[in-house]
Write a protein that binds this ligand. Structure first.
Ligand SMILES: NC(=O)c1ccc[n+]([C@@H]2O[C@H](COP(=O)([O-])OP(=O)(O)OC[C@H]3O[C@@H](n4cnc5c(N)ncnc54)[C@H](O)[C@@H]3O)[C@@H](O)[C@H]2O)c1
Length: 377
């Protein structure tokens, strides 16, 4: 591929996240163009097409994924549809950007990853927070040796999005047994912070042990507008041992008081410590602080300009700021002609495997070893 080439994108799903994050990201990068958008709710797709200048509107994904003028399919639909839509796009020979999770079972995500690789197609998970300028700088500092040997990772993704039971929530599974606690926050909120933990320590988890709770028993169901028992995990904590000797803890919840998006990643090592907070407070959406053994008071660190998208800064919405970086890094990979592919479906599968292991640990009240395939064989 030459650098003059334009990546042509079809977006599946014209809902809130497509309009607030994905579509503004593509609009900002002159190396790509959204050529089609599909949503069963055609009026939504038409609105998005008008707002973002998209020429083709469809109701059904099959009308766009096979189009010859599409290089990349972006799956921004409800989670239960991700695997089927991603596979349809990969089978049509398209690169895929998919919101998390690709599938609820990590083995399905691995299957999609292997299929993509066999076709030399690139994949990208919607790991939004990896692409915040401050998190990107934190990773660069860790790679340069700022913290030395990684000792301890602490991760949080929490806010009060669903503290009020009347805030509508999509039902996890309409046929779910209400007497069994179902994974929810661990999956939705856990994925990005688990990803950051493994990215920063440079190691997969070797063992995990965790617990989950349902704090708000009855909630408003988005589809019906009625209150009903929803036995979902709205708060969870796990401990982990990384394969490289580091240890860590992760806490996620959508009923803990605090603002969006609510991430905090702390890395402590032999030579220093870094704490990155992505919480919109007083108009600022990201703060990175660092300390050294001989200067133990944490100081705010200035994120260099090169980590920001054009025109971006810490006072813009985190949704557009972080997604602009995510999109532009994927477009760069697609245009590079080499094998680079970060935050791909393989990373997604590793994260999903940790989620599945923590759930198993909770149900069986024990430590669970990773990888799960080897542990169970
Ligand atoms: N990474 C993040 O930080 C982040 C933040 C918010 C949402 N998300 C994820 O983004 C995804 C979309 O979330 P949302 O808030 O926009 O949901 P939403 O319900 O507002 O929008 C989803 C849209 O997809 C459409 N859709 C359903 N099936 C489809 C199909 N087969 N083809 C095309 N369109 C289809 C629906 O009609 C709907 O308009 C979810 O997976 C969500 O978890 C990620």
């Amino acid at each position: 591929m030459t650098s003059e080439r334009i990546i042509r994108v079809a977006v599946l799903g014209a809902g809130a996240w497509a309009r607030h994050a994905h579509l503004p990201g593509y609009l900002r990068d002159p190396r790509c163009r959204v050529v089609a958008i599909a949503d069963p709710d055609r009026a939504l797709a038409q609105d998005a097409a008008a707002a973002f200048g998209i020429p083709v509107v469809a109701r059904d994904h099959t009308e766009v994924v096979r189009r010859e003028d599409v290089d990349l399919v972006d799956v921004c639909t409800p989670s239960a549809t991700h695997f089927e839509l991603s596979m349809a796009a990969l089978e049509a020979g398209k690169h895929v950007l998919c919101e998390k999770p690709v599938a609820f079972d990590y083995r399905e995500t691995l299957r999609a990853s292997a299929f993509a690789r066999s076709r030399r197609l690139k994949t990208r998970l919607g790991f939004t927070f990896r692409f915040s300028p401050a998190m990107q700088y934190m990773k660069a500092l860790i790679d340069e040796g700022f913290i030395g040997t990684p000792f301890i990772f602490n991760g949080y993704e929490q806010n009060s999005q669903w503290l009020d039971p009347k805030t509508p929530l999509r039902q996890v599974d309409p046929d779910a047994d209400p007497s069994v606690l179902h994974v929810s926050s661990l999956e939705g909120y856990g994925a990005p912070i688990i990803d950051l933990g493994m990215w920063f320590t440079g190691s997969p988890f070797a063992q995990v042990v965790g617990t989950m709770r349902n704090f708000i028993p009855e909630r408003m169901v988005r589809a019906t507008g009625r209150m009903m028992r929803m036995n979902i995990d709205d708060g969870d904590i796990f401990l982990g041992e990384f394969a490289n000797g580091a240890i860590g803890s992760v806490q996620t919840s959508f009923v803990t008081v605090g603002n969006y998006p609510g991430l905090e990643a702390r890395m402590y090592g032999s030579e220093g410590a870094l704490i990155c907070r992505l919480v919109e407070e007083r108009g600022i959406c990201e703060v990175l602080r660092g300390a050294k053994p001989d200067a133990v008071e944490f100081e705010t660190m200035t994120v260099p300009e090169r980590f920001y998208p054009p025109g971006g800064n810490a006072r813009e919405s985190w949704r557009t700021l972080f997604y602009a970086n995510l999109v532009s890094s994927f477009i760069s990979e697609l245009l590079s002609g080499d094998d680079r592919n970060e935050a791909d479906f393989a990373d997604g599968a590793r994260v999903q495997e940790v989620i599945n292991a923590v759930e198993r640990s909770y149900r069986e009240r024990r430590w669970v070893s990773l990888p799960l395939v080897e542990a169970s064989s």
